[in-house]
Design a protein around this ligand. Structure first.
Ligand code: FES
Length: 109
Protein backbone atom coordinates (compact mmCIF):
# COMPACT_ATOMS: atom_id res chain seq x y z
CA UNK A 1 0.00 0.00 0.00
CA UNK A 2 1.18 3.51 -0.75
CA UNK A 3 -0.46 6.90 -0.94
CA UNK A 4 -0.99 8.10 -4.50
CA UNK A 5 -2.35 11.45 -5.64
CA UNK A 6 -6.11 11.28 -6.26
CA UNK A 7 -6.78 14.88 -7.31
CA UNK A 8 -6.77 18.49 -6.20
CA UNK A 9 -9.31 19.28 -3.48
CA UNK A 10 -11.08 21.60 -5.93
CA UNK A 11 -11.54 18.71 -8.41
CA UNK A 12 -13.91 16.98 -5.99
CA UNK A 13 -16.89 19.27 -5.30
CA UNK A 14 -18.64 18.71 -2.00
CA UNK A 15 -21.77 16.58 -2.15
CA UNK A 16 -21.19 14.85 -5.51
CA UNK A 17 -19.44 11.64 -6.43
CA UNK A 18 -16.57 11.78 -8.89
CA UNK A 19 -14.64 9.01 -10.61
CA UNK A 20 -10.85 8.83 -10.72
CA UNK A 21 -8.30 6.35 -12.01
CA UNK A 22 -5.26 5.70 -9.84
CA UNK A 23 -2.89 3.06 -11.18
CA UNK A 24 -5.03 0.02 -11.97
CA UNK A 25 -7.86 1.19 -9.71
CA UNK A 26 -11.03 2.93 -10.81
CA UNK A 27 -12.28 4.81 -7.75
CA UNK A 28 -15.39 6.73 -6.72
CA UNK A 29 -14.91 9.55 -4.22
CA UNK A 30 -17.01 12.06 -2.28
CA UNK A 31 -16.08 14.64 0.33
CA UNK A 32 -17.40 16.83 3.09
CA UNK A 33 -14.83 19.53 3.77
CA UNK A 34 -11.54 17.73 4.17
CA UNK A 35 -13.21 14.39 5.01
CA UNK A 36 -12.83 12.32 1.84
CA UNK A 37 -14.42 8.92 1.23
CA UNK A 38 -13.00 6.68 -1.48
CA UNK A 39 -14.39 3.34 -2.68
CA UNK A 40 -13.89 1.09 -5.65
CA UNK A 41 -16.11 2.27 -8.52
CA UNK A 42 -17.80 -1.11 -8.84
CA UNK A 43 -21.01 -2.27 -7.24
CA UNK A 44 -20.84 -5.69 -5.60
CA UNK A 45 -24.28 -6.58 -7.01
CA UNK A 46 -23.54 -6.50 -10.74
CA UNK A 47 -20.60 -4.17 -11.37
CA UNK A 48 -22.57 -0.90 -11.62
CA UNK A 49 -20.51 2.28 -11.73
CA UNK A 50 -21.03 3.73 -8.26
CA UNK A 51 -19.37 7.03 -9.15
CA UNK A 52 -22.36 7.77 -11.41
CA UNK A 53 -24.70 7.41 -8.46
CA UNK A 54 -26.16 9.79 -5.90
CA UNK A 55 -24.48 10.49 -2.55
CA UNK A 56 -26.83 10.49 0.47
CA UNK A 57 -26.41 11.93 3.96
CA UNK A 58 -22.95 13.33 3.44
CA UNK A 59 -21.23 14.56 6.62
CA UNK A 60 -17.65 14.53 7.84
CA UNK A 61 -18.48 11.19 9.50
CA UNK A 62 -19.60 9.39 6.36
CA UNK A 63 -22.27 8.96 3.71
CA UNK A 64 -23.93 6.42 1.47
CA UNK A 65 -23.61 6.07 -2.27
CA UNK A 66 -26.47 4.70 -4.35
CA UNK A 67 -25.76 2.50 -7.33
CA UNK A 68 -27.40 3.95 -10.46
CA UNK A 69 -28.28 0.51 -11.85
CA UNK A 70 -30.59 -1.14 -9.30
CA UNK A 71 -30.49 1.16 -6.27
CA UNK A 72 -28.21 -0.69 -3.86
CA UNK A 73 -26.51 1.57 -1.32
CA UNK A 74 -23.16 1.33 0.40
CA UNK A 75 -21.61 3.04 3.42
CA UNK A 76 -18.65 4.86 1.86
CA UNK A 77 -16.70 4.83 5.13
CA UNK A 78 -16.91 1.09 5.74
CA UNK A 79 -17.95 -0.38 2.38
CA UNK A 80 -20.90 -2.17 3.99
CA UNK A 81 -23.94 -2.79 1.80
CA UNK A 82 -26.89 -1.01 3.44
CA UNK A 83 -29.69 -1.57 0.90
CA UNK A 84 -30.63 -4.48 -1.34
CA UNK A 85 -30.05 -5.85 -3.88
CA UNK A 86 -26.37 -5.76 -2.85
CA UNK A 87 -25.31 -7.80 0.16
CA UNK A 88 -21.53 -8.00 -0.22
CA UNK A 89 -19.34 -5.07 0.81
CA UNK A 90 -17.22 -2.97 -1.53
CA UNK A 91 -13.56 -2.04 -1.19
CA UNK A 92 -12.74 1.18 0.68
CA UNK A 93 -9.50 3.12 0.68
CA UNK A 94 -7.87 5.36 3.25
CA UNK A 95 -7.39 8.95 2.16
CA UNK A 96 -5.81 12.13 3.46
CA UNK A 97 -5.71 15.80 2.48
CA UNK A 98 -2.46 17.73 2.45
CA UNK A 99 -2.57 21.37 1.38
CA UNK A 100 -4.80 21.29 -1.73
CA UNK A 101 -4.19 17.66 -2.65
CA UNK A 102 -6.17 14.51 -1.87
CA UNK A 103 -4.11 11.33 -1.48
CA UNK A 104 -5.42 7.78 -1.46
CA UNK A 105 -3.80 4.60 -0.14
CA UNK A 106 -4.14 1.94 -2.85
CA UNK A 107 -2.54 -1.49 -3.17
CA UNK A 108 0.37 -1.62 -5.59
CA UNK A 109 0.30 -4.12 -8.43
S1 FES B 1 -25.32 -3.25 -10.16
FE1 FES B 1 -25.52 -2.00 -8.41
S2 FES B 1 -27.48 -2.45 -7.64
FE2 FES B 1 -27.24 -3.78 -9.31
Amino acid sequence: MAFERLCALSDLPEGEARVFTVGEWRLAAARSGTAVFVVEDRCSHDDGELGQGVVHGLTADGCEIECPRHGARFDMATGRATHMPAVAPIETFESKVEDDTIWVDVPQW
